[in-house]
Design a protein around this ligand. Structure first.
Ligand SMILES: C[S@@+](CC[C@H](N)C(=O)[O-])C[C@H]1O[C@@H](n2cnc3c(N)ncnc32)[C@H](O)[C@@H]1O
Length: 588
């Protein structure tokens, strides 16, 4: 999973030694937990004004709304980029709705851990109020009430419910947060699973705080929409909220300082899910100004812009959203549009109807012990021909002669008393094998592999897919080998696997994996069972015999182009936008 560099991550947060001032109202924590947050305060990343205005528009934090009667939370104020703009809109709204802004003490609630940032933000807000004719003392009182030193994540559960939560939460690497504080965050925010970054908790805290119809609008790193640690948060969102707008801002220069994070604007509302505007803004977008950009994005909720989007903005609308914890491939509006159609019209590859299953090969925990090329090492029936990822490279399975030293039979782990040579071999490696977690958990089966072997799989015809390759690479095994852990496999009762192989070899197969998959550092695509399962395919019986023949031939010749032409017809597509197309559209 790509992660911003450590400089970037550091740049996203600013902590100082003021933490004794932090008071946890909801969760009483010892003060040293707060102190353990102390960090140096270099290089906080602040949001550019046009991005702030755009986000406020998208969240409908606008002066035609009676903002004085509402509650808006800014969870991580920094120097005040958002609160200053909020206060302008609040004052204008008060004028339109006949309110005295001095009576709007509860309209804004901002937090930051950093006292010097809070001081700066308060001063800026006071200056704006004075500009609008508020007396300086009143302005200071309001600013001090609106912007507080505090840890939003600890404060959030005891705050009043909010109509708006808007801002740019911090992005802090886990290593930079002490264990105690992480334990406290994890106890409070259930979506903070695995390697989840702190911004995940900022989302959960915000969403919990929303009143019905309330809205959370953040600019934030977008990795959680696709990656594994974002799964809990995606489930949380799809179970009770509506994703309204997602704007990819990767190349939009949204921040005052240069950062190489992958930011997106995400607008999520506490209403049932409706249609979603998905857009991408690039470096040219800023020149339109926020009003033109937000007008275009809001208009595309209702109608197609038909090529009339402002320069640097690509936008589309999809009518439904993903379910459960499924990844949200939002980085390309053009591709998402097609993906959603294909998802609606075709069935997932893994299905009971066609008896098609996706799986992964055997993990051993000690490949150096369990894998051998010596056909005389142990009893012959304890050696299982094993296909390795490298055996698939040419596109035809070329078994390299490796075996799994197999501890399994149909009933479970074999009794070593029946296999003296196998017993002697494992015994010679007892220490290494015992050191594995799986052996520690089940000491009586210390010689088992991590995964159980299902021998029937060996004889089945199946497709292999090596994990981590830049192209989807289906390779046929005619029932000769058992897959090693770096290979995924597909077995099927209903498919001719060469027809399916042709389909998956095509650009369509690649398209799905690129949409769902996360690119690793260096651009490698991760192939995971969860993505392969979600690839949509026509029903085998809907494929005309000449198309089926063409796919088989293309698969045998490894002819992606021929396979892709047939696949486009089957999926009723003229063409597929590729990642390269989008990169060059972005460059233009
Ligand atoms: C990315 S900056 C955003 C600042 C401002 N909202 C903007 O967009 O310009 C994040 C801010 O979060 C603050 N911060 C970090 N952890 C926090 C926490 N747990 N509660 C409140 N603020 C926090 C940092 O001090 C920093 O000022």
């Amino acid at each position: 999973v790509s992660r911003p560099s450590s400089t970037v991550a550091q740049a996203f947060c600013t902590f100082t030694g003021i933490l004794p001032l932090v008071k946890a109202t909801s969760v009483q924590l010892p003060i040293d937990i707060h102190l353990s947050l102390s960090q140096d305060s270099h290089g906080a990343v602040y949001t550019k004004p046009w991005v702030v205005e755009l986000i406020l528009d998208l969240a409908s934090y606008t002066d035609d709304v009676d903002l004085g009667a509402m509650v808006c939370v800014e969870p991580a104020v920094g120097d005040g980029a958002f609160v200053v703009a909020m206060v302008r809109r609040l004052v204008q709204s008060c004028r339109r709705h006949g309110r005295d802004v001095r009576a709007c003490q509860s309209a804004i609630l901002g937090f930051d851990l950093d006292l010097s940032s809070v001081t700066t933000a308060r001063e800026s807000v006071s200056a704006v109020l004075v500009e609008f004719g508020v007396a300086i003392d009143d302005a200071r009182t309001l600013a001090a009430g609106w912007i507080r030193v505090g840890n939003f994540l600890f404060e959030a559960p005891s705050l009043p419910s909010a109509n708006f939560v808007i801002g740019n939460p911090p992005y802090i690497r886990l290593e930079e947060i002490g264990d105690e504080i992480m334990t406290a965050y994890r106890a409070m925010y259930r979506t903070m699973k695995g390697r989840a970054d702190i911004y995940v908790a900022f989302f959960e805290a915000a969403l919990r705080q929303l009143r019905p119809s309330g809205v959370c609008a953040y600019i934030c790193a977008d990795r959680w929409m696709l990656n594994q640690y974002g799964g809990e948060l995606r489930s949380f969102v799809t179970s009770g909220y509506s994703v309204e707008t997602v704007v990819d801002m990767h190349t939009a220069n949204a921040f005052e300082s240069d950062v190489s994070a992958y930011p997106a604007i995400t607008v999520i509302r506490r209403v049932p899910q409706g249609s979603v505007v998905v857009a991408r803004a690039d470096a040219a977008a800023a020149s339109n100004g926020a009003p033109a950009l937000s007008a275009a994005l809001l208009a595309s909720r209702i109608q197609d812009l038909n090529g009339n989007a402002p320069a640097g903005l690509v936008t589309t609308r999809v009518e439904s959203w993903f379910d459960g914890s499924a990844p949200w491939p939002c980085t390309s509006p053009e591709r998402l549009q097609i993906l959603r159609r294909l998802e609606d019209e075709f069935d997932p590859l893994e299905s009971a109807e066609t008896g098609t299953k996706v799986g992964i090969g055997v993990a051993t925990g000690r490949d150096d012990v369990f894998i051998t090329a010596d056909p005389d090492l142990v009893e012959p029936d304890r050696l299982l021909p094993l296909a390795l990822a490298r055996d698939t490279l040419s596109g035809t399975l070329e078994w390299s002669g490796h075996y799994l030293v197999d501890p399994w039979n149909a009933h479970g782990v074999v009794d070593l008393a029946n296999f003296p040579r196998l017993a002697a071999y494992y015994e010679a490696h007892r220490e290494a094998l015992m050191n594995r977690n799986v052996a520690k958990r089940r000491p009586q089966h210390w010689y088992r592999t991590i995964d159980r072997v299902t021998h029937a799989l060996t004889q089945r015809t199946k497709l292999y897919f090596p994990d981590i390759k830049d192209r989807i690479h289906p390779v046929l095994d005619r029932g000769q080998t058992y897959p090693h852990h770096n290979l995924y496999f597909i077995q099927s009762d209903g498919w001719d696997l060469e027809v399916l192989g042709g389909l998956l070899l095509s650009d369509i197969g690649q398209f799905f994996v690129e949409c769902y998959g996360v690119r690793m550092r260096g651009g490698w695509l991760r192939f995971q069972a969860q993505y392969l399962r979600r690839i949509r395919v026509p029903k085998p019986e809907d494929i005309a015999p000449e198309h089926a023949r063409g796919l088989v031939e293309a698969f045998r010749r490894r002819d992606r182009h021929a396979a892709s032409l047939i696949a486009l017809e089957l999926y009723r597509l003229d063409r597929l936008p590729t990642e390269e197309d989008e990169r060059s559209a972005g460059d233009a």
